[in-house]
Design a protein around this ligand. Sequence first.
Ligand code: P6P
Length: 340
Amino acid sequence: MTQKHSTLGEFIIGNQKHFQYSSGELSRLINSIRLAAKVVNHEVNKAGLVDILGSAGDTNIQGETQQKLDVYANDIFMQTMTNRQIVCGIASEEEDNYVSIKSSNGKNDNKYVVLIDPLDGSSNVDVNVSVGTIFSIYRRVTPIGSPAQLEDFLQKGTEQVAAGYIVYGTSTMIVFTTGHGVNGFTLNPAIGTFYLSHPDMKFPEDGDIYSINEGNYVHFPQGVKDYLKYCQAEEDNRPYTSRYIGSLVSDFHRNMIKGGIYIYPTSTRSPKGKLRLLYECNPMAFLAEQANGVASDGYKRIMEIDPTELHQRVPFFCGSKNMVKVAEEFMAKYPENAKY
Ligand code: P6P
């Protein structure tokens, strides 16, 4: 009988056999993300005290300059993964370019690279709405021992070895996959331990929640406008419910539990969409597919897109299999590059 792993640490040890080709580095990498998540969680939860503790740019009572939380989160994740010398390179939403990292022996002999959105939806912190960290892990493709190169980061989503998110919500959770399903761990803040609370998470094949910023309706492609009218029609089990938090991780997390679709399409305002392929869409797509969901750009599988730039944007349709299928049927009525 498979032993139920109750803590994240025990789960990682118990699943070491799944981390193929890994000499424990991937386990150590996920452990470093666990530590950084606890440090960032502590700071995010204090954000409500910003008037007392000082906001970004101020100096706090210790005379330290208060950082914007997304800059703070970026520093914590970068430092944690650098100090533990586990990766040969990191790319971040907060950094213009990727950073190549040497090991203590002065070489670049680690075999993984990480791409991260340190605090997605950070503007929500000011209004006490949940935010998240998103991470994506690849094996490097350039020779071990040489500095990381851009091509180590510009890999298709299908090449990811692990991906996940931390959601700093009413409770703090780590949800991740190494290609063997999706598992969610909830932090017990009293003792600083993540416990397996959501084993083997799956998207319901159908759902009745759609998540999109309808304020942009007039700027959407016709296929998206037609799909929204379908969602709102009085037919069958519709109208659906509209739920949009403005935080990808939170909308994705709710939709994975209850069933639903998240859409951030192109628009006349964002001709390529808003979300970033490498450190938002690919990791969420890996999780979605591992949880029996789907993720596309409205026409093709997100994880098949060949990346060309570190910060490139793509349209994003993600969630319950049958909901995304219907949305894609509406999109298929119009050419991919149709003018609105
Ligand atoms: P809008 C946050 O900035 C983010 O990247 C996602 O987390 C969120 O779903 C989306 O953008 C919100 O964008 O344009 O609707 O405010």
